[in-house]
Design a protein around this ligand. Structure first.
Ligand code: PXP
Length: 248
């Protein structure tokens, strides 16, 4: 999602719809439909859609990606592991952006940032292959100067700072200071800076105010809150349908 996107907000919101697919997959079938979620997110003020195609396909599946890309006109940010399979899929689909994340099958969600500094040699050709396909590459990293310097060395134009540690801390001041330092350093290095993971309405304010941060990617808290924001209406609709059936 480049700065030049017409109509985009000063601080862009990428809505991660993975957990709509998680709920769908729990029952099988097609509901809730990630395409409908993507369209609703954009209508509600999201600037783009984020989807993580995990190697085990535990939530988003390949068909979800193609269907969402066909349905939306906004940028799609594909989160993925830096594997040959994923690079091949991305080069074939050509989403607006790819965010490279570390991935372990046993983890529940992405724990910690990508060790870009420790994997320069293996990441270099993958990032080049994505960039050659016209895809904007970002690296999901911890707020660590080594990782920021590695992003520059790797030619990645964007970093997404992992806010998971900040979100988990009861006293978040230390983690917030790390994020502030990393965001300033990203700006000085000419990197576009994004942030995400574990963000909620209650903890988003200091992250939204980080120097130069241009985009937040948020998923779990939105889907969790949507259950409560929407459950009452869903029950009222069912109550009405049942009452009408009885009255007929
Ligand atoms: N950004 C990245 C790179 C992620 O891996 C995730 C989780 O899939 C998020 C943002 C969103 O995190 P959350 O679901 O906790 O809001």
């Amino acid at each position: 999602m480049p700065d030049t996107d017409p109509g985009s907000h000063a601080l862009r919101l990428g809505v991660n719809i993975d957990h709509v697919a998680t709920i769908r997959n729990a029952r099988g079938g097609t509901e809730p439909d990630p395409v409908r979620a993507a369209l609703l997110a954009l209508e509600a003020g999201a600037d783009g859609i984020t989807m993580h195609l995990r190697e085990d396909r535990r939530h988003i599946r390949d068909a979800d990606l193609t269907q969402v890309m066909a349905a939306i006109r906004a940028p799609l940010n594909l989160e993925m592991a830096a594997t040959d399979e994923m690079v091949g899929i991305a080069r074939h689909l050509r989403p607006h952006a790819c965010c490279l994340v570390p991935e372990r099958r046993e983890e529940v969600t992405t724990e910690g940032g990508l060790d870009a500094a420790g994997h320069i040699v293996s990441l270099m050709p993958k990032i080049a292959a994505l960039r050659d396909a016209g895809i904007r590459v970002s690296l999901f990293i911890d707020p660590d100067p080594r990782q920021l310097r590695a992003a520059v060395a790797l030619g990645a134009p964007v970093v997404e700072l992992h806010t998971g540690a900040y979100a988990l801390e009861a006293d978040a001041s230390h983690e917030l200071a790390r994020l502030q330092g990393a965001a300033s350093m990203a700006r000085d290095l000419g990197l576009e800076c994004h942030a995400g993971h574990g963000l909620t309405v209650d903890n988003v304010t200091p992250v939204a105010q980080l120097p130069g941060v241009r985009e937040l990617n948020i998923g779990h808290a939105l889907i969790a809150e949507a259950v409560f924001a929407g459950l009452g209406q869903a029950i009222r609709d069912m109550r009405l349908a049942m009452d009408r059936a009885i009255a007929a």
